[in-house]
Structures are given as structure tokens and as C-alpha cells.
Design a protein around this ligand. Structure first.
Ligand code: NAD
Length: 319
């Protein structure tokens, strides 16, 4: 089986690639442009973990470059495409909205236009819980109304709409996944948990947005990978979109309080809410559980333990 993973130097792309490469029958073709939204060195460190595997091929490719992308698709007959390359992060979308339109909108269309030429058997792409915006309906299910409150979320909704059109028009076996605050080993340095641990390790102040008065449906990367692998072996995607979430929102304030006590870390400064942030996320995971027959999500306590142990072991604090 030959699988294309876009955004393979990124958190989720790298994590699924690492897992799939344990299976000697799978060839992984990864692309990434080493975007500088966060540390390129860190992305390269991730990639160095899998680069030596002889079933892994890497190409430095920007998904905004339609002609190069199209050549790559022509040369390779992928059985599966997993699309994770994107400009992630909600806050940065206030600073550089154009990049979101270029990478997430146009880049996504470029990927789909490449895909229709080779018609892979399966296509999975990343959407986001941020499409639900400031909803008050919890746990939020795939059928609930989307209320984007930032440009990042809008690009994800546009992706979902386009995928639906292509699915019908070109009979693609495609599905989108709305990820909820994924964390764990090799996680993203721009996200809350990583920043908290890093501040502690470097003895620097941690700035806690919205005075910690929000909740997130933290989802452990190990569970995300297990579910994505199960999805890969599913024959037909009879759904357009599914949430992947633990469905157990955790208070950010509580995490910080526990962290402060356990590690004797008092450099936590409370600051006001960021405009682009949503208050709470809490997804309904019934659909994905049913589709892939996955029951037991990792508790935040266990996932956090694994994350912090990994962080200390790898000495990641310079990134
Ligand atoms: N991690 C989460 O909690 C989360 C939550 C919701 C949605 N998502 C979505 O899941 C996907 C993967 O997220 P992630 O956390 O791994 O993010 P990430 O930023 O770690 O990974 C994205 C990768 O895409 C690459 N990339 C960016 N622009 C590119 C371009 N023009 N051409 C080629 N590659 C490019 C980056 O270099 C990066 O390595 C994204 O679509 C993201 O929006 C993630």
C-alpha cells in the first residue's frame, strides 16, 4: 500500500507516518515545505525519526505550487492520501489571514485537483473543532451548526464544502476529520500544554489566556493515530465529517493549578482572552466510535504523564 501524507513534518502527519512505517507492507510518501510558523529545526527533528526507514520517501513540496504538486501526483499512484498540511493555529489567522487563504483554501483545492487525476481508494483530510466556534450546544456533534469566529475556522469549513462537492462529482471515497486539541509526544510548540511545560523547563513566565477560564476537549495523539489507522482499513467512507475527540473537556485553570502544585511552578501570569479563541470545546464522539469501533480514549491524566515524560527525556525545551 502506497500512502501520501501531506504535512509529514507536522505533529499529526509525523505521528501517523511513524505508526504506519512499522508495517513493512506500507510505503509512505511524505511531503512538507518546512513552513516557519514554528521551529523548522523541530520539524526536522521529527522527520529524522523516520527518515532512515527505507519505506519512507520525502519531498520538500509546497502545496501552493500546483504544477509541482500535479507532477508529483502524475508520477505516483497513491492508494491512499492523508492530507494534514495546513497553516494551523487560530491566533495567527488574525496576523496573517492571507496565508490561511493561500495554504488552506487554494492548497486544499490543489490537492483535490491532483487527487481526481489518480483517484486513490481512500482520502482522509484534516478539518478542525474550531468550525463550531462559540457554540453553547455540548457535546457538539457533526450535525450541529458551525459558527466560525476566525479565518482559520472559515478555511476549514470551505474545505469541508469543497470535499463534499468533489466526493459527489468525482465519486471520491473521502472523509474529513474534525480534530479537537490534539496533544502528546512530538506535539505542537504553539499549543497550550507544550508552552506550559516549556516555560517550566526554561524557568520563564507562562501567560495564561482568559485567566484560564476555558475548557478544552484534549485528545491524546496515540488515540488519534489508532483511529486514523482504523479509518485507513475501512472500506467505504459513508460519511463526510467525523469528530475525533475524547468528549471529556478539561478546565485549563485546573490543569495549571495542578501543574503549579506538582512542579512548584509559580510563574503563571493571567492575561485576558485572545480575540480568536473560543471559550469551550466539547465534542460528541459517538459517530467515530461507531465507525471504527474504538471505545477507550486515553484519560488526560495518563496522556499528560506520557507527554511530560517524553518532553523531559527528549530535552525539547530549546524549540
Ligand atoms: N493539532 C491539533 O490539535 C489540530 C486540531 C484541529 C485541526 N488540526 C488540523 O490537523 C492538521 C495537522 O495539524 P498539526 O497539529 O499536525 O499541525 P502542524 O502545523 O504541526 O503540521 C502541519 C504541517 O504542514 C506543513 N505545511 C504548512 N504549509 C504547507 C505548505 N504550503 N505546503 C506543504 N506543507 C505545509 C507544515 O510545515 C507542518 O509541518 C492541520 O490541518 C490542522 O489544521 C490540528
Amino acid at each position: 500500500m502506497k500512502i501520501l501524507i501531506t504535512g509529514v513534518a507536522g505533529f499529526i502527519g509525523f505521528s501517523i507516518a511513524s505508526k504506519l512505517l512499522q508495517n513493512k507492507k506500507i510505503l509512505v510518501y511524505g511531503i512538507d515545505n518546512f513552513d516557519n510558523y514554528y521551529s523548522i529545526k523541530y520539524k526536522k527533528k521529527r522527520l529524522s525519526q523516520i527518515n532512515k526507514n527505507k519505506n519512507f520517501y520525502f519531498q520538500n513540496l509546497d502545496i501552493r505550487n500546483k504544477s509541482k504538486l500535479s507532477k508529483m501526483f502524475k508520477k505516483n499512484n497513491f492508494d491512499v492520501v492523508m492530507h494534514f498540511a495546513a497553516q494551523a493555529g487560530v491566533r495567527y489567522s488574525l496576523i496573517n489571514p492571507k496565508k490561511y487563504y493561500d495554504v488552506n483554501d487554494k492548497g486544499f483545492k490543489n490537492i483535490l485537483d491532483g487527487i481526481i487525476k489518480i483517484k486513490p481508494k481512500k482520502i482522509i483530510y484534516a478539518s478542525s473543532s474550531s468550525v463550531y466556534g462559540n457554540t453553547h450546544k455540548f457535546p457538539t456533534s457533526e450535525k450541529d451548526k458551525v459558527r466560525p469566529n476566525n479565518i482559520y475556522a472559515r478555511t476549514k469549513i470551505k474545505n469541508e464544502k469543497l470535499a463534499k462537492i468533489y466526493k459527489k462529482k468525482y465519486k471520491l471515497n473521502i472523509c474529513g476529520i474534525r480534530f479537537f486539541t490534539v496533544y502528546g509526544e512530538w506535539g505542537r510548540p504553539d499549543m497550550f500544554l507544550f508552552k506550559l511545560i516549556k516555560s517550566y523547563k526554561n524557568n520563564k513566565y507562562f501567560y495564561l489566556n482568559n485567566y484560564g477560564e476555558h475548557k478544552r476537549d484534549f485528545t491524546y495523539i496515540g488515540d488519534v493515530v489508532t483511529i486514523l489507522v482504523k479509518l485507513l482499513y475501512l472500506k467505504k467512507y459513508n460519511f463526510n465529517i467525523a469528530n475525533i475527540c475524547n468528549s471529556k473537556p478539561i478546565s485549563i485553570k485546573k490543569i495549571c493549578e495542578n501543574f503549579r502544585t506538582k512542579y512548584n511552578f509559580d510563574k503563571i501570569k493571567l492575561i485576558k482572552k485572545h480575540k480568536a479563541d473560543v471559550l469551550n470545546t466539547h465534542g460528541n464522539n459517538k459517530l467515530i466510535k461507531k465507525i471504527v469501533k474504538f471505545e477507550k480514549f486515553t484519560s488526560f491524566q495518563n496522556g499528560f504523564k506520557k507527554t511530560i515524560n517524553w518532553y523531559f527525556k527528549e530535552s525539547i525545551n530549546k524549540f
